[in-house]
Design a protein around this ligand. Structure first.
Ligand SMILES: Nc1nc2c(ncn2[C@@H]2O[C@H](COP(=O)(O)OP(=O)(O)OP(=O)(O)O)[C@@H](O)[C@H]2O)c(=O)[nH]1
Ligand SMILES: [Mg+2]
Length: 237
């Protein structure tokens, strides 16, 4: 039996067959991770097959969207500590993963955030001046389960986790993961770099807009249904 609370690494993956095996291998090699789960949305490529071959438990999520995949992953485990990792990471190490999980296990932080390494000029800006919307983050499962169901749609989930952690006055431990980067939309997009770039701009605009809109409406919105309520009642988003 694990001496610490059980920790699951949850990796949402949509068409990430090129990179997900390495991410799984690193998560499995981390000392503080007990279980590695990949949540696939019926990818067009063989993400599910390669993830299983790399030793992950694969959960198929019927509802499209990163937030929905994260929800399915949390619902699919009873681990008390969750470490979310993107499936398209390059340069991830077991030490990065343990650095995300450790402060949650000791109680030193309520949420940890691992940022990409953008170099010495940009790192302080992304760490201190911009919203930290990274996919690499660890927390106790209650933090995710307490999110409003509305807030796990698409890319809004990361802004919502940040806001909820602030509301609860949790300590947030954010750091740059040395050498960490990802396979970008330009590289992934089968239709070429131009369409990939356009998609990325659209995605960034959506994320920034979601974040801004979320901050504006949040004080006026009374929470209706949390993720935990919905899971109990089997409500779809
Ligand atoms: N299961 C599942 N995973 C998703 C979905 N959308 C995004 N993801 C995963 O969420 C992670 C982050 O998505 P990305 O598209 O890489 O987002 P990003 O890194 O912010 O954007 P890029 O700069 O273009 O890479 C990746 O592992 C994706 O495969 C989805 O609908 N379902
Ligand atoms: Mg990415």
């Amino acid at each position: 039996m694990a001496a610490h609370p059980r920790t699951a690494a949850i990796i949402p993956a949509y068409n990430e067959a090129a990179t997900v095996p390495d991410v799984i291998g690193v998560a499995r090699a981390a000392q503080l991770v007990d279980e590695v789960i990949v949540v696939d949305n019926r990818s067009d490529d063989d993400t599910a097959a390669v993830a299983e071959a790399a030793g992950a438990r694969v959960i198929v999520c019927e509802q499209q969207g990163k937030g929905q995949a994260m929800r399915a992953g949390v619902a699919g485990t009873d681990a008390e500590v969750i470490c979310f990792l993107d499936a398209d990471l390059l340069g991830l190490t077991p030490a990065h993963v343990d650095q995300l999980v450790q402060p949650i296990l000791t109680g030193a932080a309520g949420m940890t955030l691992g940022l990409f390494d953008r170099g010495p000029e940009l790192n302080p800006i992304f760490l201190k001046a911009l919203p930290r919307l990274t996919g690499q983050r660890a927390m106790r499962r209650e933090l995710f389960e307490g999110l409003d169901l509305e807030d796990i749609r698409g890319y809004r989930v990361e802004a919502a986790l940040n806001s909820r952690a602030d509301d609860l006055e949790l300590t947030i431990d954010a750091f740059v993961c040395e050498g960490l980067w990802h396979r970008t939309k330009e590289e992934k997009d089968a239709q070429g770099p131009l369409i990939g770039t356009a998609r990325k701009v659209a995605m960034l605009a959506t994320a920034v807009w979601s974040y801004a809109a979320y901050q504006v409406v949040r004080p006026f919105r009374r929470s209706d249904t949390t993720v935990a309520d919905a899971d109990r009642d089997h409500t779809a988003v």
